[in-house]
Design a binder for this molecule. Structure first.
Ligand code: S3P
Length: 169
């Protein structure tokens, strides 16, 4: 079975949904941000602060390349994974890509108490709207899109199961 790859902005539910989905389908769950933190030996906020975004993106591409060689994974990606075309090409080779979306207000509510270096600004809601607008085309790379704003985790998981079974997986 191919990998199931969850992409989408911060706070759209990739990690939570991915974990539940992997349990349902008895697949291994991998969060690419966690792999980056393990490899770097430090948290993402500290990678950004010490080495900058470009360094983080290079690590991200390395991790995505490695994960894309494996099978039977549910992969939750970082929100910026779509910014490099090569990441998407790798993920597509052995994976079904599913985009999770959410309304900006919902995103803010979900991420407000977490460590997201890119949203540590005085007006995070404005920043979220701006980033969503800037990234709109980058996220538009799959026919499978789920707006998680008003859905429970179980509902999103069920929706993804439908997609996968229609694909013949
Ligand atoms: C980022 C999203 C984060 C993390 C990093 C950069 C982004 O992942 O990779 O802070 O550029 O959108 P989550 O989407 O899991 O929060």
């Amino acid at each position: 079975m191919d990998n199931i790859v969850l992409i989408g902005f911060m706070g759209t539910g990739k990690s939570t949904v991915g974990q539940h989905l992997s349990e349902r389908l008895e697949l291994e769950f991998v969060d690419s941000d966690e792999v980056i933190e393990e490899r770097a030996g430090r948290e993402i906020s500290s990678i950004f602060a010490e080495y900058g975004e470009e360094y983080f993106r290079d690590l991200e591409t390395e991790v995505i390349t490695d994960l894309s060689r494996q099978q039977r994974l549910v992969i939750s990606t970082g929100g910026g994974v779509v910014l490099r075309q090569e990441n998407i090409e790798q993920l597509r080779k052995k994976g079904t890509i599913i985009l999770l979306t959410a309304e900006p207000e919902v995103i803010l509510d979900r991420v407000k108490d977490s460590d997201r270096p890119l949203l540590e600004v005085p007006e995070p809601l404005e920043k979220i709207k701006e980033m969503l607008a800037d990234r709109r085309e980058y996220y538009d790379i799959t026919e499978y899109k789920i707006d998680t704003s008003q859905m429970s985790v179980a509902e999103v998981v069920a929706e993804i199961e439908k997609i996968i079974s229609n694909e013949g997986g």
